[in-house]
Design a protein around this ligand. Structure first.
Ligand SMILES: NC(=O)c1ccc[n+]([C@@H]2O[C@H](COP(=O)([O-])OP(=O)(O)OC[C@H]3O[C@@H](n4cnc5c(N)ncnc54)[C@H](OP(=O)(O)O)[C@@H]3O)[C@@H](O)[C@H]2O)c1
Length: 266
């Protein structure tokens, strides 16, 4: 999996073909979508029309919160493949654990994803927004260890306890909202480093992520940003810069998204 991917949350269906086409032209070969985003068909169209061989693109989608029951998971996964115009995805994730819904039974949902892995329609399977306690349930009751846990991470919410649990279990951590949806980009610690090293604040933040070993999937519909967000592997940050960025962590107060323990939106 390329360590840098392109996120598509909140890109409207009308804008998605153009945005994903720009991303593919810029060189992204890892695209992150979800049933919930309502743009799988447009992501599929952009990939099909790009002329890039399917095997060169790492494609992820996610099970919507409405589809945790086994029958709905099977049916919606088949629809995702159809919409994405592909026989397989590289990664399929349970989007949220929803521990207060479906009787708290995300293990049965996980077992359905194991079917997609076994029949080859998902080359790998994983989860998103799973806290260490939820990961523990899958390690205990599942047959396949999740390949990935995609969780909120950025300098205001470093989410280290979850990252540690993932690492212990051999699970790759992907950082969603790696730019804190833009919130961290005006922080004086980050803008000062960016000025000193001649990079954009987003490049500084994305470089911090990849140096921590996480996979990042920044989203942008702005052509210059789509391009500059890729140029993050040679930003000359010092050990002190990394420490100063990590020290911006605000713990729970820094979260931009929902807390997985209480998230129950269908
Ligand atoms: N699994 C989950 O529950 C979950 C939740 C949230 C997100 N995600 C995934 O993670 C991806 C990224 O997260 P996100 O979209 O929430 O937030 P993000 O990538 O942290 O931030 C996106 C915002 O930052 C702006 N931006 C991007 N590059 C910039 C740059 N170089 N300079 C200044 N501003 C910049 C974008 O504006 P413009 O677009 O206007 O340029 C947009 O407003 C999503 O698209 C989705 O694929 C997953």
């Amino acid at each position: 999996m390329p360590q840098l991917g392109y996120g598509t949350y909140k890109i409207t269906p009308a804008d998605t073909v153009e945005a994903v086409t720009l991303a593919l032209e810029a060189g992204y070969r890892h695209i992150d979508t979800a049933q919930m985003y309502g743009n799988e068909a447009e992501v599929g169209r952009a990939i099909a029309e790009s002329g890039i061989p399917r095997r060169e693109i790492f494609l992820t989608t996610k099970l919507n919160n409405t589809n945790h029951e086994p029958a709905a998971a099977r049916q919606s996964f088949a629809t995702s493949l159809e919409d994405l115009q592909t026989d397989y995805v590289d990664l399929f994730l349970i989007h949220w654990p929803l521990p207060t819904l479906y009787g708290g039974d995300y293990l049965s949902t996980w077992k359905v994803l194991e079917e997609f892995f076994a029949d080859g329609r998902s080359k790998s399977i994983g989860v998103s927004n799973f806290l260490p306690e939820h990961i523990g349930v899958l390690l205990e009751g599942g047959d396949v260890v999740p390949a990935v846990n995609q969780i909120e991470i950025h300098p205001y919410f470093t989410n280290d306890e979850s990252r540690r649990k993932n690492a212990e279990a051999g699970i790759v951590t992907q950082a969603w909202s790696p730019l804190g949806r833009g919130a961290v980009l005006t922080d004086p610690v980050i803008t000062k480093i960016a000025e000193r090293v001649g990079a954009t604040p987003a490049q500084v933040v994305l470089s911090w992520h990849v140096n921590r070993g996480d996979v990042v999937i920044p989203k942008s519909v702005t052509p210059e940003r789509i391009v500059s967000n890729m140029d993050i592997f040679d930003v000359p940050l010092t050990a002190q810069d990394y420490e100063n960025i990590t020290a911006l962590n605000r713990g729970e107060e820094g979260r931009q998204g929902s807390n997985p323990r209480t998230m129950n939106r269908l």
